[in-house]
Write a protein that binds this ligand. Structure first.
Ligand code: PLP
Length: 400
């Protein structure tokens, strides 16, 4: 008999492709030198966190009582931190949230997990829009839910509301959306979101159920060319938001984010209270204390989005010029590129020949594409482009 449970055995066999790629990058760097490996695998921001965040950490340590700063607090997070987050959302989106609508969490991933733990019974269905962040399957599986995949429109990569409607059954508990999207870089339009709401509302009436939309928004602040990222609860009243500062403020290792349960969600108070219990009993207990307090002092800060924009333009234009077909990213920091022969595994190998690491998108439920994370240095993209040219040549692409 194995020490590892049946459920975890499956995960051992199918561990994250993105993480495996990251390890491969380290292996290649040890052999060829870091400067000769072009690792575009992981969404790990290379732009430093704003100095204001570091300063706020120092200020909190200097000004606040040490027992308070490092102690346990309410499992939902410090009330004044949640109040500060609510105020900042209210200012930006014209809403009227209070600290009671918020639970501070260990990143967006944990916020999603405690929400799924709160709402799912075994066998309940959760719709996800392909292409999607591959961990969703694991998060849903953690609570014995069933992942139901609905493909986005293959031309625009916007969700297809009618297709979502067709996938809804009486067991559908939730729909997960992610905009700006990882891996496509697409921002879902207001029109699409309104249409989604119309279809979901109709299905809720038909089945007498509530279908909770879970909006996963770690990339909200990373949008380019003046593209506006719609505020989901204003368009879909039965929605919760999971958010994190991992990307927006380049703080992925700090593990800090929140769950928002607006009052428009049925039984909002109970959902929030259950999510707070889930936060505790899942083992996190509460979000890390020091970074909560520091963040509440710099909610208006942004990382250097311009740096990602420069990378986006360099990579997108560079690859287009070489004849690759790419989705022009409106947000996040990923380029979604079509495999020239339609096989993402081939394309991955063709890139790896030149020590370029990209992620095959079969793992994002969209075979035939790869994801190139451009949260790397501008210099690395510049140095990688001549090798992408060799890949283009090997793949028989013609320059435009
Ligand atoms: N959701 C999406 C779409 C992501 O891309 C990621 C991380 O890459 C996460 C959630 C997890 O973010 P966090 O670090 O906030 O847990």
């Amino acid at each position: 008999m194995s020490m590892v449970s049946g459920k975890m055995q499956v995960l051992l066999q199918n561990n994250s492709v993105v993480r495996a790629m990251f390890e491969e990058g380290n292996r290649l760097a040890a052999i060829y030198g870091r400067e000769n490996v072009y690792d575009f695998s992981l969404g790990n921001p290379n732009v430093p966190a704003p100095e204001a965040v570091n300063q706020a950490i120092r200020d909190v340590l200097r000004e606040k009582d040490s027992v308070y700063v490092h102690g346990y607090m309410s499992n939902a997070g410090y009330p004044e931190v949640r109040r500060a987050v609510a105020d900042s959302l209210n200012q930006r989106f014209g809403t009227a949230y209070t600290e009671n609508n918020l639970v501070m969490t260990v990143g967006a991933a944990y916020a999603m997990n405690i929400l799924l733990k709160t709402i799912l019974n075994p066998g309940d269905e959760v719709i996800v829009i392909a292409p999607f962040f591959s961990e969703y399957r694991n998060y849903i599986g953690n609570y014995d839910g069933k992942t139901v995949v609905v493909k986005a429109d293959p031309e625009t990569f916007q969700p297809d509301p009618e297709a979502v409607g067709r996938a809804v059954t009486p067991r559908t508990r939730a729909l997960i959306i992610n905009t700006p999207n990882n891996p496509s870089g697409v921002v879902y339009s207001e029109e699409t979101l309104k249409e989604l709401n119309r279809v979901l509302t109709q299905k809720e009436k038909e089945f007498g159920t509530v279908i909770l939309t879970i909006s996963d928004e770690p990339y909200r602040e990373l949008a380019y060319d003046g593209v506006r990222v719609p505020w989901i609860p204003s368009l879909i009243p039965h929605s919760c938001v999971v958010y994190s500062y991992s990307k927006a403020l380049s703080l992925p290792g700090e593990r800090i984010g929140w769950l928002l349960v607006p009052d428009t969600v049925p039984e909002a108070e109970d959902v929030t209270a259950a999510a707070v219990i889930a936060n505790r009993i899942s083992g996190a207990v509460n979000a890390p204390s020091l970074i909560q307090l520091a963040l509440s002092r710099c909610l208006g800060e942004k990382c250097d989005v311009e740096a990602y924009d420069r990378n986006r333009k360099l990579l997108y234009n560079g690859l287009k010029d070489l004849g690759f077909t790419c989705v022009k990213p409106q947000g996040a920091f990923y380029l979604f590129v079509k495999a020239p022969d339609g096989d993402d595994a081939h394309f991955f190998e063709a890139c790896k020949k030149y020590n370029i690491l990209v992620v095959p998108c079969t793992s994002f439920a969209w075979p035939g594409y790869v994801r190139i994370a451009y949260c790397v240095s501008y210099d690395m993209i510049q140095r990688a482009l001549p090798f992408f040219a060799k890949v283009a040549e090997d793949c028989g692409l013609k320059k435009s």
